[in-house]
Ligand binder design. Structure first.
Ligand SMILES: Cc1ncc(C[n+]2csc(CCOP(=O)(O)OP(=O)(O)O)c2C)c(N)n1
Length: 661
């Protein structure tokens, strides 16, 4: 039973706490933006009251009210807003990215609309029985134009996911009235188009909010899939703390004030004889006392330590040095694609938490056949197809991983990652960091890349440098069937988000695969040969070309080693330096990606930084020039390094060395 007086107390707590945050900001107690939910409070207060502890909440940056409604102690929220060590996230997240998984608060999100697909993943974990409860995802009206959000709705509808989607419609998308950028005034009508039952509700009216929320919980808990609630609320303050609202009319402000949910509730409780004036005044006093006490405690909180040495990027158990991966005693010859397929089947068999999803991966077995047969063997709950919605695929993987599943998702081509990069870079990579390691996202994203004859410029790129640039992600590029198997297993086992970029060119390559080898930990390069003249440092598809060059050069008396980096993150610098030393300081770094900003530049720099005082270095890069990739194979071959060019670069390096002597 909802107690209106308790709801009043909760609305007052949110309001008073946030107003205090604004005062502390104005005083200069902390720097940065604060987005208060003045005018929205009734929504988190009611839904927070109705939610069960197992229900998970995903809020926006305007989510302090939700944090409080999830039961996070006020001082910890205020401390976090003020970026103090005693904040719920140790002060690292600040006002915009508060999370508290131990209280079912998956957290705020400062990327507009991004929480919707993540909520899908949270709900997926519940649907598959990994967790219990439902997901509650809240967004603003501006967010209702974001692509990721719509993809998230499509996936939730397709999979009948237990999510309550909430739009807190305050009429403003930052500084633009939402009515100016949308055609239909009721945003709920859009969502109905996806087959999601939706209601538009006065979010400042207690009875209406309670009634709609009861309906929503009943629908979702009884397994009828997602629902959408559009709560019309008001924005009583600026978009953020320093917003002077020069773009807003006095009339609009006045109208908002007339609908202030706190005053409205106060009046309603008195009028209906639910509470007496002195009772409400006593609640107000208690709330102010609570906020005062929280403020005293926040003022005493130390600043976060600069040098605690823990950046919460990866699991503290991750090794920082690697031994060359072991080979097992039982080997089978198979193609690169089948090696991945076998690794996935093994992981599905050994880990009940593994789920595989993506476009065409299930009944069709993937456009390259990599997931062939897995749905048949492991069932449609664990291997399933998704809509063509990369943000939803990646976001759902993030949410599912947070909730304890081990999702392995496929992005069909690396080129398609670009439409959904946010979910990897802003979302997956931040999960451990923002929560100080209390939430993690052990997901694996598989994709393939490179140019093959007939592939156009939007299906040919090599984009590993984009991923390698992002702290918080792991990145591997297998170059042999053996590594396709070993690295896929390592990726699934790893406690952090891992991206595997497979090589389309290599899918049919056959080789020996140690199917009983111990699962390696992520990291570690592989050295082929022990060349004293030159080392070729490379990864992915280029490894096979480098090995061909090595064999050819051996016949001509040039001693070349090939260092296959395998993992670009973490980077096995020790093996790079050892190989360069053995080759007398001579190295060719080869990659298929374009030159500018390619990962070769990073390898080049690392070698120089480490060895420039120890050795005379002669290091060269051999890459695809900075061009777009043409479709005909002959034109591609003219641009992309082949074994001939690699061999020529090695000879040129050796000749320069001889000339210097
Ligand atoms: C993807 C993205 N685009 C733009 C922004 C900048 N931004 C932050 S808040 C905001 C307004 C969003 O409005 P709405 O969804 O209505 O939520 P409200 O702020 O009203 O709660 C914008 C544009 C962002 N954070 N993320």
């Amino acid at each position: 039973m909802i107690s209106p007086t308790n709801i009043y107390r909760q609305v007052a707590r949110i309001r008073t706490m946030e107003n205090r945050a604004l005062e502390l900001s104005a005083e200069g107690f902390f720097q940065g933006s604060v987005h208060v939910c003045n005018g929205h409070e009734l929504v988190p207060a009611v839904i927070g009251n109705m939610r069960r502890p197992e229900d998970k909440v995903l809020a926006t940056y305007r989510g302090h009210g939700w944090a409080l409604a999830c039961g996070i102690p006020m001082a910890q929220i205020l401390g976090e807003i003020c970026q103090k060590a005693g904040g719920v996230n140790g002060g690292r997240s600040g006002s915009l990215m508060i999370s508290a998984p131990e209280r079912g608060f998956i957290g705020q999100n400062s990327i507009v609309g991004a929480g919707v697909p993540i909520a899908d993943g949270v709900a997926l974990a519940a649907l598959l029985g990994k967790t219990e409860g439902v997901a509650i995802a809240t967004v603003g009206d501006g967010a209702m134009s974001q692509g990721a959000l719509h993809e998230g709705f499509v996936l939730a509808a397709a999979k009948n996911l237990p999510v309550i989607f909430i739009c807190e419609n305050n009429g403003w998308a930052e500084m633009t009235p939402t009515s100016e950028v949308t055609r239909h005034p009721e945003l709920a009508r859009r969502v109905e188009g996806y087959g999601i039952p939706a209601r538009t509700v006065d979010g400042t009216d207690l009875g209406a909010v309670v009634e709609a929320s009861q309906w929503a919980f009943a629908e979702v808990r009884e397994g009828r899939g997602p629902v959408f609630l559009e709560f019309n609320v008001v924005r009583l303050k600026g978009h953020y703390n320093r917003d002077i609202q020069h773009y807003r009319s006095k009339g609009d402000m006045q109208q908002a004030e007339e609908r202030d949910p706190l005053s409205r509730l106060h009046a309603e409780l008195l009028e209906n004889g639910i509470a007496a004036a002195d009772e409400l005044a006593a609640i107000d006093d208690e709330v102010v006392a609570e906020v005062d006490a929280a403020t005293v405690s926040v003022r005493k909180m130390p600043e976060p330590s600069v040098n605690d040495g823990n950046y919460y990027l990866y699991s503290p158990d991750s090794p920082t040095s690697w031994h060359t991966p072991t080979s097992g005693s039982r080997t089978r010859t198979m193609e690169y694609w089948r090696a991945i397929n076998t690794a996935l089947a093994t992981e599905l068999e050994h880990r009940q938490d593994v789920v595989i999803f993506g476009e065409d991966v299930a009944s069709a077995g993937g456009v390259f056949g990599v997931t062939r047969g897995l749905q048949k063997q492991f069932g449609a709950d664990r291997v399933f197809d998704t809509p063509i919605a990369e943000s939803a695929i990646l976001g759902a993987a993030v949410g599912a991983a947070i909730e304890g599943l081990r999702p392995v998702v496929e992005i069909m081509w690396v080129d398609f990652l670009l439409v959904a990069l946010d979910q990897l870079v802003n979302q997956a990579a931040n999960v451990r960091f923002a929560s100080q390691g209390r939430q993690t996202a052990p997901l694996t994203v598989r994709m393939q890349q490179g140019a093959t004859a007939g592939s156009c410029a939007q299906h040919s790129q090599s984009l590993e440098a984009l991923i390698a640039h992002i702290p918080g992600l792991r990145l591997g590029l297998p170059s042999t069937p053996a590594d396709a198997y070993a690295m896929t297993r390592a990726a699934v086992a790893d406690p952090d988000p891992v991206v595997l970029i497979e090589s389309r060119e290599l899918y049919q390559l056959k080789g020996e695969v140690a199917v009983d080898a111990e699962v390696e930990s992520i990291g570690g390069a592989r050295l082929h040969g022990s060349g004293s003249d030159v080392v070729v440092i490379t990864w992915g598809a280029m490894v096979q070309r480098a090995l061909a060059a090595q064999a050819e050069l051996a016949e001509r008396g040039v001693s070349v080693s090939v260092l296959d980096l395998r993992w670009l993150a973490p980077l096995d610098l020790a093996s790079i330096l050892d190989a360069v030393r053995t080759a007398g300081g001579r190295a060719v770094i080869v990659h298929e990606a374009n030159q500018t900003g390619g990962f070769g530049a990073e390898v080049f720099a690392r070698i120089h930084e480490s060895l420039r005082e120890e050795l005379v270095l002669d290091i060269r890069r051999l890459t695809t020039p900075d061009t777009r990739i043409p479709t005909p194979g002959a034109l591609q071959a003219a641009l992309i390094p082949g074994s001939r060019e690699i061999a020529a670069a090695c000879i040129s390096l050796k000749d320069s060395a001889t000339a210097r002597v």
